[in-house]
Design a protein around this ligand. Structure first.
Ligand code: SAH
Length: 327
């Protein structure tokens, strides 16, 4: 039994069943603090790890907005949960080509991933949460597969919050899930939006989830690129839940930001010109044409990442309309 599992069992024995959100938070804090889960040898692959095109188009999106907002010289790049730093490195390269070379601020709790990020993006500054970010300049914010890792609460049909008990092999819930919410995600989004409203800037959130509040259980575990039991071996597998973009958009508006989207990741990447970028990459590396085309399809096809993954923007009220979203 892992030290985390023992700690959770002792806590439940002492205090009684714990909220699902506490279980998820403890499990993921341990999971991310102890490994680099990304890539072929890890547990899951994210869009920036599939192709450089993803981060480049994110960078172009930010650079275009920034330019049309009057190119404020003091803007900073902020990324929430930057993983290996791949997205940031690709985005910063694309931004540099457009004349935007901002200081870099990462919000990241994992020491292992901070190390990987430092190798990809020298000179970045790290924060445990939004609290340490600059307060007096425009923020250009990116969050890819960040919100899905934040803890969710789960509720039964009668509104009772579901709790986690200790069982024989692992853990179990004390009822059937009817609805979910993620106060942690709402808090981050509202705080971010309030900063955008005060300081200027924009945030691009990309994640898997739904545009309308759904019903039922979306908590899942992934290990070694396969679904796993979320109630066994906490801390050894990635726990995520569908992001409720309806709730996230509401929180952004509450905080004082404008919202664009959500749109499917595929629609957004198509509108940003991924086909043109793929063709250019294939011209400069003809032997990689098939691989580039496969990556483009994986990121955009509706039956792959194109539809389940959503892109949504939050914008400072005075900033222009962003590219890539239907008006
Ligand atoms: N954005 C990256 C990584 C996604 S994995 C990519 O697309 O490849 C989730 C990331 O969020 C990891 O970097 C993880 O360490 C970080 N993370 C998870 N929970 C966090 C929290 N509560 N605060 C800050 N970072 C967190």
């Amino acid at each position: 039994m892992s030290p985390l599992e023992r700690r959770l069992r002792e806590r439940i024995e002492r205090d009684g069943p714990i909220p699902v959100a506490d279980y998820m938070a403890e499990a993921n804090a341990h999971y991310y603090a102890t490994r680099d889960p990304l890539g072929r040898g890890g547990d899951f692959v994210t869009a920036p790890e599939i192709s450089q095109m993803f981060g480049e188009l994110v960078g172009l999106w930010l650079a275009d907005l920034w330019q049309r907002a009057g190119a404020p010289a003091d803007a900073v790049y902020v990324e929430l949960g930057p993983g290996r730093g791949t997205l940031a490195a690709d985005a910063l390269r694309a931004m540099r080509a457009a004349g935007l070379v901002p200081p870099v601020h990462f919000v990241e709790t994992s020491p292992v991933l901070r190390q990987a990020q430092a190798e990809r993006v020298p000179g970045a500054q790290w924060h445990d949460d939004l609290g340490g970010l600059p307060v007096d300049r425009p923020l250009l914010v990116v969050a890819n597969e960040f919100f899905d890792a934040l803890p969710i609460r789960q509720f039964a049909a009668d509104g009772r919050e579901l709790r986690v008990m200790a069982g024989d092999g692992g853990f179990l819930r004390d009822g059937e899930v009817e609805t979910e919410s993620s106060p942690a995600s709402i808090g981050v989004m509202r705080d971010l939006a309030a900063r955008l409203a005060r300081q200027g800037g924009a945030a691009l959130v990309i994640d898997y989830g739904h545009d309308r509040p759904g019903r039922g259980d979306t908590l899942q575990a992934v290990s070694g690129h396969a679904y796993a039991d979320p109630w066994a071996q906490p801390g050894s597998r990635d726990l995520t839940a569908h992001v409720d973009f309806h709730a996230l958009a509401g929180a952004a508006r509450d905080g004082g930001a404008r919202v664009a989207g959500p749109a499917g990741q595929g629609e957004w990447l198509d509108a940003m010109g991924i086909a043109v970028r793929a063709a250019a990459l294939a011209r400069s590396a003809p032997d990689r044409t098939e691989e580039i085309e496969a990556a483009r399809r994986r990121l955009t096809a509706p039956e792959q990442m194109g539809r389940l993954f959503r892109a949504m923007a939050a914008l400072a009220p005075g900033w222009p309309d962003p590219a890539g979203f239907a008006p």
